[in-house]
Write a protein that binds this ligand. Structure first.
Ligand SMILES: Nc1ncnc2c1ncn2[C@@H]1O[C@H](COP(=O)(O)OP(=O)(O)OP(=O)(O)O)[C@@H](O)[C@H]1O
Ligand SMILES: [Mg+2]
Length: 373
């Protein structure tokens, strides 16, 4: 087929191709009733003039945390204007200024003017507005661990949760979302004095739950009979072995495209084989794409030193040669790569204080190398 043929060809097996996009919010949100109820209960007091209950939302990647919060916020806001719900992605917004600008935007419908306004002014306008209108505020800080990389968490938590000290009667709450249980203790250490949350756990989906969810996507995204039960089983098998529902959803989209490229009305085994080869590293690729400059550089150094026993001390020297930085900054970068499960860091019990560490790659160096170098 020529490029024109491919682009113009208007027969399609997709009922709605957007269903496979990463930001698609599904109509049916399956197997998360308990978590949805628990979070909604945290908001309930705010509808009756009380204070929202703080929550920490914990669960590994693609367990529906973001989707749950977005759906609940949407629903609550349809239901009542006594509560302002603000969703903030902390991967994108890490400074106090950014975060309060997002809250400001939600309340006033536009961002604060770019220049010259200090955070305290923005903060004051937000709180005065809430007080005047007798509205509660709930802020969901999604992927809140990103605030710890920039050490802003404590101040931001404090600003939000202790607003009532300065603005009497203002009612505020926080949902903090983390995708790694190991971050729990960092959160506690940093914000314990102000943040005493209720814990809502998003357990990993079982095979059966994953299959139900993928089946729903199939129904919404493809015309009938495009994919057989057997192929859907294999997609689920693959998804469940990787443990990342996103991979399965993306895989379905890729399969649809491959079948169309073949001018086939159904997805066949050969499409599955090709797609699995290409997508097994999707989740790795996504992670690598989101790395910042220095994080990437550090990972590159780990990849090229893979044959030797790499200590944290030597790694620091290597990185410091190309990108001068303090040991504390280096340590933060290392923690981040460990958090993203790209590397393992093991204490050896050796070294001056017995805290020398060795770094291991968790993925094949060639596979990582292909994506970053
Ligand atoms: N119960 C569900 N029903 C339908 N789709 C779901 C369900 N849970 C998750 N998904 C889908 O899986 C993908 C990942 O979900 P989501 O972004 O909510 O996960 P998350 O827990 O926030 O992940 P992360 O920790 O990586 O941010 C999305 O495409 C979402 O639509
Ligand atoms: Mg999320």
């Amino acid at each position: 087929m020529s490029i024109d043929d491919i682009l113009m060809h208007d027969e399609t097996i997709f009922r709605d191709i957007r269903v496979f996009n990463p930001d698609y919010v599904p109509d049916k949100f399956l197997h998360r009733e308990n978590q949805t109820d628990a979070l909604t209960l945290c908001l309930r007091p705010a509808l009756k003039g009380g204070k929202p209950i703080n929550a920490i939302v914990v669960g590994s990647c693609a367990t529906g945390k973001t989707t749950a919060i977005k759906k609940i916020f949407e629903r609550v806001e349809e239901y009542s204007d006594r509560i302002v719900c603000v969703y903030i992605n902390c991967q994108l917004h890490t400074t106090r200024y950014n975060i309060f600008s997002q809250i400001y935007q939600k309340i006033f419908g536009h961002l604060p003017p770019e220049t010259g306004i200090p955070v305290t002014r923005i903060y004051e306008k937000i709180m005065k507005h809430l007080k005047k209108n007798n509205q509660a505020l709930v802020v969901a800080l999604d992927d809140v661990n990103y605030l710890f990389h920039s050490k802003n968490a404590n101040k931001i938590f404090y600003d939000i949760l202790r607003a009532y000290e300065e603005f009497e009667g203002v009612r505020t709450g926080l949902f903090a979302v983390i995708s790694d249980i190991e971050f729990r203790y960092i959160l506690d250490k940093n914000v314990k004095s102000v943040f005493i949350p209720q814990e809502v756990i998003f357990d990993p989906y079982t095979y059966g739950e994953m299959r139900d969810i993928l089946q729903e996507r199939v129904k919404a995204g493809f015309y009938p009979d495009v994919i057989s039960d057997e192929i859907l089983d294999e997609v689920t098998e693959n998804t469940s072995s990787i443990g990342d529902l996103r991979v399965g959803i993306e895989l379905l989209g890729v399969l649809g495209n491959l079948a169309e490229a073949d001018a086939s009305r159904a997805i066949e085994d050969k499409h599955l084989k090709t797609a699995i080869q290409n997508t097994s590293s999707i989740s790795l690729k996504n992670t690598l794409q989101n790395l910042q400059g220095k994080e990437k550089k550090l990972l590159e150094l780990i990849v090229i030193s893979e044959d030797e026993q790499l200590t944290a001390g030597n790694l620091y020297k290597n990185l410091n040669n190309v990108e001068p930085l303090s040991y504390a900054s280096f340590d933060r970068l290392l923690n981040k790569l460990e958090f993203l499960r790209l590397i393992d860091v093991k204490f050896t019990g050796k070294g001056r204080k017995g805290n020398s560490r060795i770094i291991f790659l968790r993925f094949d160096s060639e596979e990582i190398g292909k994506c970053i170098i």
